[in-house]
Design a protein around this ligand. Structure first.
Ligand code: ATP
Ligand code: MG
Length: 254
C-alpha cells in the first residue's frame, strides 16, 4: 500500500506495514500483531512522544547495562522486525549478548529471526543452538527455554515486549530485568527493575545515545541507579496518560 507521508498517522501506518511484512515473512507471530495493536493503543494514550519518565528510565537502563557483568538482550519477532539495527548497535556499545527467545516458539521463526539479524550485521546470536539450551527453574517448560551461554548466566536482561510470566521467572532467578513495554499496567511493567514505558521504536535510538554518553561518563551512573525508583516512575507514566485523558476531556466538555 502506498501511504502518503502527509497522512497524519504516517509513522504509525508505516510501522504497521513493517510488522505485517515481517508476519508475512514468517517471523512475527500472529499473536505478535495483536500485541502490537495493544501497544499502539497505549502509545496513543501516552501522546506518542518521549516523556520525562521514559527518558529517566532509559538513562537508568543504559547505566544498568553498562555496569552489568553479563548483559543479554532478549529478542523476539516484533523487536527483530521493528529495530534490528538498533539491537545490534546497542549490543556492541554495552557489550551485551543477543539471544533469540520466543514466547510462541517454532524453529522456523527462530531461524528466520536469526537470518534477519545476521543480514543486519550481527556476529553472534544465541538461543539457536539447541545443544546449548536449558530451562529456567519454573513450570510450563517450553516457555522457559534459555541459552546456557546467554540469559541463563546473565545478570542483566533487556526484554522488549515481554510476557509477565516470563518476566517473573527471570526475576525469581535473580536477574535484573529492564523492560520496554508501552503498557504501564502490564505485569511486566509492574515487576521489572527498570520499565521503559514507551515505544521500542522511540526507545532504542535514545538508549543507544545514552549508552554512548554513560560509557564515557560512567561515574554519573551510581547516583542515577541509586535515585531510580521504578514504581514511582511507572506511576508517572500512568499520570501522563491520566493528564492526556483529562486534557481531551476538558477540550470536549468544558
Ligand atoms: P503481561 O503478560 O506483562 O501482563 P500482556 O499479556 O498485556 O502483558 P503481552 O502480549 O504478554 O502483553 O506482552 C506484549 C507487551 O508489549 C504489551 O504490553 C504491549 O503493550 C507491548 N508492546 C507492543 N508493541 C510495543 C512497542 N512497539 N513498543 C513497546 N511495547 C510494545
Ligand atoms: Mg502476557
Amino acid at each position: 500500500m502506498n501511504i502518503p507521508n502527509s497522512h497524519p498517522r504516517y509513522k504509525s501506518l508505516k510501522t504497521r506495514e513493517k510488522i505485517v511484512n515481517s508476519y508475512k515473512d514468517g517471523y512475527v507471530a500472529a499473536e505478535g500483531l495483536i500485541a502490537h495493536g495493544r501497544g499502539e493503543a497505549f502509545d496513543y494514550l501516552l501522546g506518542e512522544t518521549m516523556d520525562i519518565y521514559s527518558a529517566d528510565a532509559i538513562r537508568a537502563a543504559a547505566c544498568l547495562m553498562l555496569n552489568a557483568k553479563y548483559p543479554v538482550i532478549s529478542v523476539n519477532g516484533n523487536a527483530a522486525s521493528l529495530v534490528p539495527d538498533e539491537i545490534i548497535e546497542l549490543s556492541k556499545i554495552v557489550n551485551a549478548k543477543i539471544e533469540i527467545n520466543l514466547f510462541y516458539r517454532t524453529e522456523q521463526r527462530e531461524l528466520s529471526i536469526y537470518n534477519t539479524l545476521i543480514e543486519h550485521g550481527a556476529n553472534e546470536i544465541l538461543g539457536i543452538d539447541k545443544r546449548n539450551s536449558t530451562k529456567l527453574p519454573e513450570p510450563d517448560s517450553d516457555r522457559r527455554i534459555v541459552d546456557k551461554n546467554g540469559i541463563f548466566i546473565s545478570d542483566v536482561v533487556l526484554i522488549p515486549l515481554e510476557d509477565g510470566d516470563r518476566t517473573e521467572s527471570l526475576i525469581k532467578m535473580g536477574k535484573k530485568v529492564i523492560a520496554i513495554d508501552l503498557n504501564p499496567l502490564s505485569r511486566t511493567s509492574m515487576i521489572a527493575d527498570i520499565t521503559i514505558v514507551n515505544n521500542i521504536i522511540r526507545v532504542m535510538p535514545e538508549l543507544i545515545k545514552e549508552s554512548k554518553y554513560f560509557r564515557d561518563n560512567n561515574k554519573k551512573c551510581n547516583s542515577i541507579l541509586n535515585d531510580f525508583d521504578n514504581k514511582k516512575n511507572v506511576a508517572g507514566s500512568i499520570e501522563t496518560i491520566k493528564d492526556n485523558l483529562l486534557k481531551k476531556y476538558n477540550e470536549l466538555y468544558r
